[in-house]
Design a protein around this ligand. Structure first.
Ligand code: NDP
Length: 290
């Protein structure tokens, strides 16, 4: 089966590699062409012009936001063959996805929103969690390719549902990270070492992915590796707050997260890593979590 992968960023690069290693014929396209050529050279994929990606039966996108996906869909729509399945792994916006799906359906192309969770490590290992919205029959057709990049693949509802689940999940991540940073800054100022505080919290009810993984492995050792850009998490939180608001949920915590991550993004820059939001809390608290 021929698949195309558009967007060879931190996530797309290893995902396209895993598709190739699973035996698919893989066409790759990237805005910065040199990256696609390097991918082809390294993994045996084929770097192509955007128009040539329409040869594929399954077309993946993994771009920053739904706006970039919509722009590419507009350029490709008339060229795609009837029966093509478009699998969008971007962490996108549900309402934009519904509009893209509607436009593609006019050309006989099925659109699935299939954002992923598991970070760059999960993308590299092919163990991503994938939450998919869209037509169940198109989902079945895409499943063999999804199995090459993910471990837990869940059909969550109609088009847009995948993006809604992802936005809510990442808003929870953002809130948990913020809360853990505030809690730990407090305890450090109370004279408790970060490592000791985490030993207790991670065996107690206040634990989260932030306390169990991000803070011990990225903050305590001050490494703050760049794996997921702060600007992208701020975008997810904006979507999460918007979806909650549209659903008539008070979403007080979601709105707070949106404000704090907007400040963080403006202060630290879109290209900082998301965990660096902790540095802002540390600065405001006048301490370092160690
Ligand atoms: P990166 O910033 O590493 O990569 C972005 C990709 O999009 C690059 O290939 C870039 O091309 C391309 N791109 C940017 N702007 C445009 C444009 N205007 N037109 C066409 N292509 C464009 O992002 P990630 O790979 O980290 O993230 C991709 C998606 O996955 C995002 O929605 C993110 O929220 C989500 N995600 C990220 C995770 C992570 O841990 N990093 C985890 C889970 C989801 P170029 O090379 O030319 O810049």
């Amino acid at each position: 089966m021929k698949v195309a992968f558009l967007g060879l960023g931190a996530m797309g690069w290893p995902m396209a590699k895993n598709l190739k290693e699973a035996g698919f014929e893989v066409l790759v396209w990237n805005r910065t062409e040199a990256k696609a050529r390097a991918h082809a050279e390294r993994f045996g994929t084929r770097a192509v012009a955007l128009e040539e990606t329409s040869e594929a039966e399954i077309l993946f996108t993994c771009l920053p936001t739904s706006s970039e996906v919509a722009a590419i869909a507009e350029r490709l729509a008339g060229r795609l063959r009837e029966g093509t399945v478009w699998v969008d792994c971007t962490s996108g916006d549900p309402s934009q996805s519904r509009a893209i799906a509607e436009a593609l359906a006019e050309h006989g192309v099925a659109f699935l929103d299939a954002p992923v969770s598991g970070g760059t490590q999960g993308a590299e290992a092919g163990t991503l969690t994938i939450m998919v919205g869209g037509d169940p029959e198109a989902f079945e057709r895409a499943l063999p390719a999804l199995n090459a990049i993910g471990e837990r693949i869940v059909h969550v509802g109609p088009v847009g549902a995948g993006h809604a689940v992802k936005a809510v999940n990442n808003t929870l991540l953002a809130l948990n990270l913020l809360a853990a940073a505030e809690g730990l800054a407090t305890l450090v100022k109370e004279g408790v070492r970060g490592e000791v505080a985490l030993e207790v919290i991670n065996a107690s009810s206040g634990r989260s992915f932030a306390s169990a993984d991000l803070i011990p492995n990225r903050v305590l050792d001050r490494s703050f590796p760049l794996t997921f850009k702060l600007g992208l998490l701020a975008k997810d939180v904006r979507i999460g707050a918007r979806v909650a608001e549209a659903a008539g949920v008070p979403a007080l915590a979601f709105h707070l997260a949106r404000e704090v991550y907007e400040i963080a993004r403006r202060t630290l820059g879109n290209d900082a890593d998301h965990v660096e939001v902790v540095k802002l809390i540390e600065e405001w608290a006048g301490t370092e979590i160690r």
